[in-house]
Design a protein around this ligand. Structure first.
Ligand code: RBZ
Ligand code: NIO
Length: 351
């Protein structure tokens, strides 16, 4: 089995000198110390990650990872599996929410297709064909993937991070598209956090209360079959998804290339949880864009000791909840780089 370097090689450290310089700069800008709250912390953290006195997130790369889920055979989504492939075409044609946000932000957008049941037309612009299999195994009955399939998906994610680095990205966003993936993500989160599916299962694209109970029962069957293995690789292979594994590889690959990552909602956060379990240092490279309305997200964020920047009741995926938070990071950089100091502006400092 081939695994990308980022799965095992220690991640780079952030630059403590630049971080300290940025902290000092924040303390002399013309405002009461700390008055820009989290925006100050973002500028300081970005300075350390980007090893610069002038942090910037002008160049943003968004990679949406798509894959289908065999567990859809259990009736766990409000939408048909065909939507995954149809949405890939919609991303390419510019009509999806993340397509609009990418244009709005001036970000580059690519879609990585790990395998769909529906047919994806050839030659769609911005779509990378990285097909591994048409869909995962039905995780309620069998492992979702083999470990070598997980390795291939991690590598496809790492390649997306490589393309982001080659494009000079200052910030990386991963998005997900895969009907049924809230079931796989919930199974993974329950496994890694030792939680009961009744506590974490939610409506996803719009199940009613009965549908959510059925989904939790399907996840319980999967966890019973899977047993106690909480290793990141074991959990991904047994309970994950092609796109979830690729997202884990992409996040690790971006951090490995010193590109900070803005995490989206529930699905991407679960992929981040898997990746952090594999490489705990990854946490230093992550921002969390928003808290999804999907009920399991809060527990996953708590396990990652992270505070989301926004809470807008969004529950879409695709990277959309990260994309809407980009202007906050840009504001943090503009303030940090552009404000005058007390000395420069002739404003009296604290007495
Ligand atoms: C039109 C459409 C666009 C989407 N974009 C993201 N998702 C999101 O919803 C799906 C997960 O929910 P579940 O587990 O309930 O199937 C994933 O495809 C996710 O990316 C979408 C879903 C739909 C229907
Ligand atoms: O928060 C998410 O990532 C999410 C929630 C519901 C459906 N798809 C994705």
């Amino acid at each position: 089995m081939t695994l990308p370097d980022c799965w095992t090689r220690p991640l780079p450290r952030t630059d403590e000198h630049c971080r300290e310089q940025a902290r000092q700069r924040q303390s002399v800008l013309t405002k009461p110390p700390g008055s820009l709250g989290t925006l100050e912390q973002i500028a300081i953290t970005l300075s350390g990650q980007q090893a610069t006195a002038t942090p910037a997130v002008d160049r943003v790369h968004i990679a949406v990872f798509a894959g289908d889920h065999g567990v859809c055979a259990e009736g766990i989504s409000a939408f048909p599996q065909a939507v995954t492939a149809q949405m890939i075409a919609n991303f390419a044609h510019g009509g999806a929410a993340i397509s609009v946000m990418a244009r709005h932000l001036g970000a580059s957008l690519e879609v990585v297709n790990l395998g769909t049941v529906g047919e994806v037309p050839d030659g769609l612009s911005g779509v990378v064909d990285a097909t591994i299999r048409p869909q995962t195994g039905n995780l309620a009955q069998e492992p979702a993937m083999t470990e070598s399939e997980v390795g291939a998906a991690l590598t496809a994610g790492d390649h997306a991070a490589q393309r982001a680095a080659e494009a000079g990205a200052q910030l990386f966003i991963a998005g997900d598209m895969g009907i049924g993936n809230t079931t796989a993500a919930t199974a993974l989160a329950c496994c890694l956090l030792g939680q009961n599916p009744d506590a974490l299962s939610g409506p996803g694209t719009g199940l009613d209360a009965r549908g959510v109970c059925h989904k939790a029962e399907v996840i319980k069957r999967a966890l019973g079959r899977h047993g106690e293995d909480q290793s990141p690789m074991g959990a991904l292979a047994s309970l994950g998804g092609l796109e979830i594994a690729a997202i884990a590889g992409a996040i690790l690959g971006a951090a490995g290339r010193r590109i900070p990552v803005l995490i989206d909602g529930y699905i991407v956060s679960v992929a981040a949880l898997v990746a952090v379990r594999q490489q705990p240092e990854l946490g230093q490279w992550l921002y969390f864009g928003h808290q999804s309305a999907e009920p399991g997200h809060r527990r996953v964020l708590d396990a990652l000791a992270s505070s989301p920047l926004l809470s807008l009741g969004m529950r879409l995926g695709e990277g959309s909840g990260a994309a809407v938070a980009v202007p906050l990071l840009r504001s943090a950089c503009a303030l940090h780089n552009g404000m005058a100091s007390f000395a420069d502006a002739g404003v009296s400092d604290r007495s």
